[in-house]
Structures are given as C-alpha cells and as structure tokens.
Design a protein around this ligand. Structure first.
Ligand SMILES: [Fe+2]
Length: 289
C-alpha cells in the first residue's frame, strides 16, 4: 500500500510503499507526481537505486534532461551526474561545489528543470551524525507570506538570470571548485529573462522565482534598486518557516519540484567522502503569474 506522510511545517513528504528496485508502474509515477504537486519535495527511504533505475524513474515522472556538465556524468549514463568530493588521480570524480547558494536547478536556462532526483550513495558522518544536509525552501509559501504591497510591487516584473554571473559570484565567495567556463560554454548559456513571480504549471500557485545564485538584476530597474529588492526577497525565501531540512541516509532518494522550491547544500563534511547521483527532467518555460 502506498502512503504519503507529510512533514511537519508543510514542505515535503515521505512516500512509503514504493520499491524502486522492483520497478514502478504508471500509476506509481502518477502517485509521485501528485505528491510532488501537493508537497514539492518527496523522500523515498531505504532504496536500492541503480543508475539505470534512477534514469527510468526520472523518465517516468518527466522527460530526462542530459547534463550541462557532461564531464561529471557517470560512465555509460550521460543523464546521471555524480555530485561528490571524492577524487581519483587528483581530479574530482563529480561536481563538488553544487548548491552553495540558494537556487532552483536550471533557472539560467530558457526552459529550466522541472524535477531533480538525488540519490544518496555514500553519506558522510561524524560519529553517528550524518553530514551534508540539503535544505529546501518553499517559494510558493514564501510568495503567500509576502505583504500585499510587496506582491503588487512584484507583479509583472521580469528577472535576469545568469549562469556566467553565478559562477563569478561563487568565485568571489571562494566556493567555486570547477574549471571556468570556456568561451563556447559561455556562448551556450546566455542570460535569460524569467518572471519574478511565476505560475506553477500544474497547481497554478504563484511562486517566487528569483534566487541568490542566478538572478543578477531586474529588467528595466536601476541596479541598486534591483539589488535591494532581490536581497530582501532572498532573505525572505530563506526564512525558517518555509524550510524543510533533509538529513541524508544512504539509500534515500529525494525528488523535488524546481518551480515550487529552492534548495541549498551544506558543506560541513570537508574531505569525508560523499557521493550522490543526480538526474533531472525538462520543465516548461516559466509563465508570468
Ligand atoms: Fe541544485
């Protein structure tokens, strides 16, 4: 029997009764999608998820997206990215600096990611305590929590989202641990405009769609004014009442909706080995709310 167990503060839910290794049926995927629409983040615990099964799971709830950073893909699986601090021959085997700023996956693309799936292969610990939590903030709840005056001020605004600016910001903060973009990669990721408030494609809810990782300005607004407004919104989004903090265990499969939540990684594990497998799905072009 499948059961949905919502978490306490209204963000996220655990799904019980699904066994990814045994394969899922069409109505299981529908159940997962419905849970994502209702709770934005879902957690399946104690799973054995081979890369092939993770790819199938992503294809079951959406359309698989190939990686932007191909060099970090799992050999033989171009849609499965390794997120890891583990080194082989002096090189990171996976991306090691992902998520150091609040963000929504793919927000720098014209058509951002819809769902992301992250599977815990190797979880670092200090004693019994798991490290490397992932935090999720509901940007639907954050929008609902704005005062009326701010909502009116945001109506119709368009944000400028930039992958190049994102990497420059990480470099300034000293958290960048990957090679700089080549001119070709820069040319392939031009800045994109997205509504500051976007309508969720399934639920119709209004979602804040500006992030400290990717949103570098607001179209038509003087930069100083835009930065003040963006900073205020970023601080608001990161308020404790909108957040679910996931403490990882090996075998967790966590799936989230990139329109409804932003996420943030914690880097409290240093060189203690950590390995996660990530896949993502295509999403629609954001629509103004
Ligand atoms: Fe991410």
């Amino acid at each position: 029997m499948r059961i949905t167990l919502p978490f306490d503060n209204g963000v996220g839910a655990e799904l019980v009764g699904l066994d990814v290794a045994s394969g899922l049926a069409a109505d299981d995927y529908a159940f997962v999608r419905e849970a994502l629409d209702a709770h934005s983040v879902v957690v399946l615990r104690n799973q054995e998820v081979e890369p092939r099964a993770q790819r199938a799971f992503a294809a079951g709830i959406g359309t698989l997206r190939p990686l932007v950073y191909g060099r970090y893909s799992l050999p033989g699986y171009p849609e499965v990215m390794m997120v890891s601090n583990i080194k082989k021959d002096g090189q990171d085997i996976g991306i090691s600096d992902a998520g150091s700023l609040w963000h929504s996956d793919g927000a720098y693309l014209r058509e951002p990611d819809m769902y992301s799936l992250l599977y815990g292969v190797q979880i670092p610990h200090r004693g019994d305590e798991p490290l490397g939590d992932t935090l999720f903030a509901s940007v639907c709840a954050a929008y609902d929590g704005l005062d009326q005056e701010t909502r009116q001020r945001l109506a119709g605004l368009v944000g400028l989202n930039s992958f190049v600016w994102h990497l420059e910001k990480k470099a300034r903060q000293g958290t960048l641990r990957r090679a700089p973009l080549t001119p070709e990669q820069k040319a392939n990721t031009p800045d994109v405009e997205h509504p500051v408030v976007r309508r969720h494609p399934h639920t119709g809810r209004a979602c804040l769609y500006v992030s400290e990782a990717h949103t570098c300005g607001i179209v038509g607004m003087p930069q100083a004014q835009a930065e003040e407004l963006l900073q205020r919104l970023w601080t608001h989004i990161a308020s404790p009442q909108f957040i679910y903090r996931h403490r990882w265990a090996k075998g967790d499969l966590v799936i989230w909706d990139n329109c409804a939540v932003q996420h943030l990684a914690s880097f409290d594990y240093g060189d203690i080995p950590r390995l996660m497998h990530r896949t993502g799905t295509f999403g629609p072009r954001p629509q103004i709310c």
